[in-house]
Design a protein around this ligand. Structure first.
Ligand SMILES: C[S@@+](CC[C@H](N)C(=O)[O-])C[C@H]1O[C@@H](n2cnc3c(N)ncnc32)[C@H](O)[C@@H]1O
Length: 254
């Protein structure tokens, strides 16, 4: 890694920290250690992309999330030779969207977001249901389970991804607008909606629309309801889910 990159990343972090209240003081030390650790586990190209993500979203992904972004890159790379478009369900401020679009940009220098579809309520999580809570009792995850968590306005998301104006944005509760892409085929789908019902609906809608070899991946397996929803769907279609060391869960279309 180029030392300047680390300096830039630190500078971006300071900017992020001073403009975003949700970075609590006690997270500051952990964030700095995470950033300082960056050179050990990521390559320079990835740091470059991460810097742009921090600059545009004002979010600095922590170590665990950065490792997931790297793994996401691997999944994405396994589909670049395929035809088909890309979808993301659950985008928040656009960290994973920007990472994937930048990966795409490295393949196609004139990529402007066309062929990239995003679905989000832009109102955060919906109502929490019994199936989300089961198995989450006592876990830190429970603190994040409330309607409205991860709310980000569509305007803020648009600003984050302004360098990719071709991205198609479908605002609404999943799956209310899925029918608008029913005739399309996809090579890669990223699902990051956390709760069981929209996770199941996303897998049930998009898995059949993947081209052979296409991948659908859930970002975080530690939400128990969403995890069970994927396992249920996978057994219904007879596919073995791949669970990564970073706790992402993927199905590959045969
Ligand atoms: C954890 S955040 C996504 C994080 C994002 N992938 C990133 O890289 O930062 C979850 C997102 O899912 C959206 N979401 C959750 N449940 C939803 C539902 N039922 N319908 C539509 N969007 C939903 C939220 O609005 C939020 O933007």
């Amino acid at each position: 890694m180029v030392p300047d990159d680390l300096e830039n990343l630190l500078a971006c972090f300071h900017m992020t920290h001073s403009t975003r209240q949700y970075h609590k003081r006690d997270q500051y030390g952990a964030c700095i250690r995470t950033v300082a650790d960056a050179g050990k586990d990521v390559n320079a190209a990835f740091i470059d992309m991460l810097l742009r993500v921090v600059e545009h979203t004002h979010v600095l992904p922590l170590l665990k999330h950065r490792q997931r972004l790297l793994r996401l890159f691997d999944f994405y790379r396994s589909t670049i030779h395929l035809d088909g478009e890309i979808t993301e369900c659950g985008v928040f401020r656009g960290v994973s969207t920007l990472m994937i679009c930048q990966f795409w940009l490295t393949q196609e220098s004139d990529f402007d977001g066309t062929g990239y579809h995003v679905f989000d309520s832009f109102q955060g999580l919906g109502e929490i249901e019994e199936e989300d809570i089961e198995g989450a009792e006592g876990a830190a995850k429970l603190n994040m389970m409330f309607a409205g968590n991860f709310a980000c306005s569509i305007e803020e998301f648009r600003r984050s991804v302004e360098e990719f104006p071709g991205i198609a944005i479908y605002q609404g509760w999943i799956p209310s607008r899925f029918n608008e892409v029913a005739d399309r085929r996809f090579r890669f789908v990223h699902v990051d909606v956390d709760l069981a019902r929209p996770t199941y609906d996303s897998f049930a809608f998009f898995y059949p629309r993947l081209v052979p070899g296409g991948v659908i991946v859930r970002n975080d397996g530690s939400w128990p309801g969403a995890r069970r929803a994927i396992e249920r769907f996978a057994s219904e279609v007879g596919v073995e889910p791949e669970v990564t060391e970073t706790d992402q869960i993927a199905l590959t279309k045969r």
